[in-house]
Design a protein around this ligand. Structure first.
Ligand SMILES: Nc1nc2c(ncn2[C@@H]2O[C@H](COP(=O)(O)OP(=O)(O)OP(=O)(O)O)[C@@H](O)[C@H]2O)c(=O)[nH]1
Ligand SMILES: [Mg+2]
Length: 352
């Protein structure tokens, strides 16, 4: 199961109570007030951890309460602070207030920490209230409750490049050929039921991340096929690779496929449709009529889009494509990030 949306509840630790106490010493008839303060409740922190890539661990563990502060003690001893709790989330997690739908925090770098709920204050002990007019206060404060809140977490995979295309277009085969990702590949539509990420290594420590998502079909924006809900995983990509099946046995018209998918992208989010797109003719090892490729090349150039023809099986054209994608990604990364949209009605579960 691939989970990318989860609600958690967090509570800062309760502060410890102050205490009322008086010194008792031999030969000192009336010791002064000596009640210590309660300890602060622990805080709840959230921290981005790049070794995680789902929110699944939180689905089964939605409640996170930091430790209570200890109560104060006599002899002016303060209570110990409550232990903090750290909730680890994948990089790319966004935190929303579920009541107002406000974005509270956006984890976009490994190791980023965010103070999500503060622990409660410890109460003062009676020693704290001693003054010239009240030398023997007989009261103390209770500790206060920590912050309590519900948080909606959403994970959008942070990929640079998104794959779009019909089911069976060869998306998963392509990502397997260029990265260590191993999504299932099969000769039937809707093999991929959940998003996969692959890291492509360009050498010299240069990498980019590709997201393979389930295929789209006509009417996906109305829920046909698996619908368009997986497109949210490529909403934040910088570049789309639009894969189109060229194989003669597919019996499909490449240009019509290309146009249908672009209409679905447009229906989902016009911004996504206007994102830089490279058109990729796939399975060229299985093409009997090369004019199919030429027609798509021409259609792509009408839209001012770069065009590549590849075979993930023989490797033809793959290196050239990856090099071009790498260059484009690096250029796009250098530009300021655009504003990110978000869907209000995202599904709770994504995947099988
Ligand atoms: N001959 C040939 N077959 C390919 C090539 N790439 C993919 N295929 C085959 O096409 C079929 C579909 O490939 P997938 O990679 O699963 O396609 P997909 O786009 O991920 O499909 P969904 O996950 O269903 O959307 C499989 O049988 C692959 O072996 C290629 O370059 N040449
Ligand atoms: Mg697939």
């Amino acid at each position: 199961m691939f989970i990318d949306r989860v609600k958690i509840r967090i509570e800062g630790g309760h502060g410890g109570n102050g205490v009322t106490a008086f010194r008792r010493e031999k030969f000192v008839p009336r010791g002064g007030p000596s009640g210590g303060d309660g300890g602060r409740g622990g805080d709840v922190w959230m921290v981005a951890d790049s070794s995680l890539n789902t929110l699944l661990h939180l689905r089964y563990n939605p409640l996170h309460i930091a430790g209570r502060g200890m109560h104060g003690e006599g002899s002016n001893r303060s209570g110990k602070e409550g232990a903090e709790v750290v909730v680890a989330v994948p990089v790319g997690t966004q935190v929303f207030d579920p009541r107002l739908n406000d974005l509270l925090f956006d984890f976009n770098a490994d190791g980023q920490r965010w103070l999500a709920a503060k622990g409660g204050r410890g109460g003062f002990g009676n020693a704290h209230f001693t003054s010239s007019t009240n030398r023997a206060p007989r009261y103390h404060q209770e500790g206060s409750a920590g912050e309590e809140l519900e948080l909606q977490l959403e994970l959008k995979l942070l990929a640079d490049v998104g794959l779009a295309g019909y089911p069976n277009a060869g998306k998963s085969t392509f990502i397997s050929a260029v990265s260590a990702a191993r999504p299932k590949i099969a000769d039937y539509p809707f093999t991929t039921l959940e998003p996969h990420l692959g890291v492509v290594d360009l050498g010299d420590f240069r990498t980019f991340v590709i997201a393979d998502i389930p295929g789209l079909i006509e009417g996906a924006h109305e829920g046909h096929g698996l619908g368009d809900r997986f497109l949210r995983h490529i909403e934040r990509t910088k570049l789309l690779l639009h894969l189109v099946d060229m194989s003669s046995v597919s019996g499909r018209d490449p240009v019509a496929d290309y146009e249908v998918i672009n209409r679905e992208l447009e229906a989902y989010d016009p911004q996504l449709a206007s994102r830089p797109q490279i058109v990729v003719a796939t399975k060229i090892d299985a093409v009997d009529e090369p004019e199919r490729i030429e027609r798509l090349r021409e259609r792509a150039s009408q839209d001012g889009r770069a065009f590549f023809a590849i075979s993930s099986v023989t490797g033809a054209g793959v290196r050239e494509l990856i090099a071009a994608v790498g260059r484009e990604v690096e250029q796009l990364r250098a530009q300021p990030p655009e504003r990110q949209g978000r869907q209000a009605d995202d599904l709770l579960l994504v995947g099988s």
